[in-house]
Design a protein around this ligand. Structure first.
Ligand code: GDP
Length: 435
């Protein structure tokens, strides 16, 4: 797709609101999935009485393909509109979605927030949980907050399942208003420029063609809306950073670490450093999908053979960097976080697991520095006792082992982290200071 700006897209929203269906439908209508494949999925799903899932299966199908591909954990799919190319990040229904969204497998430039208009369903997505006493809650708000925290500035709101409310303009208006207020509350600005589109993903209404069922709607279709999204700003700092996803032992090549170039450029012959181990070596050869490569840049998923590298020098979570500006290694840092989910809230002494790029480390919350207003960043209170679900704050984190992490204003891509405990994402954040 030469020439077209590339946008990384994430689909967010409450469970069952139709994210997978919309992704499948979009891939179909933009021509990635052929009529033949679609027909086959339709037959297969009908056979087991699950025709309603035929579009959602498009993504599952791709997932199966991915699982047989050993070289990368990154899950996405490309499609194009008239003027843009897109990478879809596999968010729908994925258990590790929240973690993936933060830890480098996905760096979305824009989000499609899918909100079901179906009676009861929209309300469920907006429901406040038992812990969060505010009148908005559910995954609709949670995902919107997450998107904002992760620095996504462009959101398209797809109001789905309009068929279940007889394509009612009143229902659309009601939801548009409620979602506008959610987006405002979690901190988004410029919402008047966000596009709200009434759709029926399953039936293909307002996806690539204007719907005849909603003559009252004069705005763009989903594909037209996607065409208005801007691509990511290229990282200003070009120092090399490649978080190691895994290492292989390849006959004839030897040790082959694999990862995605997050920033910078790497060429055969370059001297690189591996942090935190501190090992150094020259790049002997590189490959991308089994093809040899002289040079790789931001976004490329590559395997790199480094002269003299031993097994104990490199592991998942290490970062390959430039020798003149090596990755930052620390065991203590400050982070700005938002608490996503915790039954009682975060206190000093709490020990969750930290996920950052491909790294994973036991950690301890040493101190709650302040509670802040997520919108303005202003301090509400210094040294609070507790940060509860929905709260934002600055905290000091120490890790059991040295890890690579960068400050957000220096390298945002390597500053993001998630705190997880017992399989749920407790908080997400970004590193603001190395201590
Ligand atoms: P996800 O959990 O957000 O990914 O939701 P899915 O895409 O799996 O959809 C959940 C259910 O909603 C499925 O049974 C879909 O067939 C159904 N669904 C999706 N889009 C529409 C729609 O436009 N209209 C109706 N009536 N049902 C839909």
């Amino acid at each position: 797709m030469p020439g077209k700006p590339l946008v990384n897209l994430v689909f967010i929203g409450h469970v069952d609101h139709g994210k997978s269906t919309l992704v499948g439908r979009t891939l179909f209508e933009s021509g990635v999935v052929s009529e033949t494949v679609m027909k086959k999925l339709e037959e297969e799903s009908a056979k087991v009485g699950k025709e309603h899932a035929k579009f959602a299966w498009v993504m599952d199908r791709l997932k199966d393909e991915r699982e047989s591909d050993q070289t990368t954990d990154v899950s996405y799919r490309f499609f194009e509109t008239k003027t843009r190319a897109f990478t879809i990040i596999d968010a729908p229904g994925h258990r590790d979605f929240v973690k993936n969204m933060i830890t480098g497998t996905s760096q979305a430039d824009a989000a499609v927030l899918v909100v079901s208009a179906a009676p009861g369903q929209f309300e469920a997505g907006m429901k406040a949980s038992a812990i969060d006493k505010s009148e908005i809650g559910g995954q609709t708000r949670e995902h919107a907050a997450l998107a904002f925290t992760m620095g996504i500035k462009q959101v398209i709101v797809a109001i789905n399942k309009m068929d279940t409310v007889e394509y009612s303009q009143e229902r659309y208006q009601e939801i548009k208003q409620a979602i506008t207020s959610v987006l405002q509350r979690v901190g988004f600005s410029g919402i008047e420029h966000f596009l709200f589109i009434p759709i029926a993903a399953y039936y293909g209404e307002n996806i690539s063609k204007p719907s005849t069922k909603m003559p009252w709607y004069e705005g763009s279709t989903l594909l037209e809306a996607l065409d208005t999204l801007q691509e990511a700003e290229k990282p200003v700092d070009i120092s090399l950073r490649i978080p190691v996803q895994r290492t292989f032992n390849v006959p004839g090549i030897g040790l082959l670490p694999v990862g995605r170039v997050e920033t910078g450029i790497i060429k055969v012959g370059d001297e690189v450093v591996i942090s935190p181990s501190g090992a150094r070596g020259r790049v002997k050869s590189m490959e991308i999908f089994h093809r040899a490569l002289d040079k790789a840049e931001t976004g490329d998923n590559i395997g790199i053979s480094i002269k003299g590298l031993k097994k104990e020098d490199i592991w998942k979570g290490c970062v390959i960097g430039s020798v003149d500006n090596p990755p930052t290694v620390t065991k203590r840092f400050n982070g700005k976080i938002v608490v996503m989910e915790h039954p009682i809230g975060i206190r000093p002494g709490y020990r969750p697991v930290l996920f950052c790029h491909t790294e994973q480390a036991e950690c301890c919350i040493e101190e709650l520095v302040s509670k802040i207003d997520p919108k303005t960043g202003g301090t509400i209170v210094n040294h609070p006792d507790l940060l509860a679900k929905g709260d934002a704050g600055i905290i000091t984190i120490s890790t059991e082992k040295p890890i690579v992490i960068e400050k957000v204003n220096y390298m945002p891509r390597l500053s993001r982290f998630a705190l997880r405990d017992m399989g749920t994402t407790v908080a997400v954040g970004m590193c603001t200071d190395i201590l």
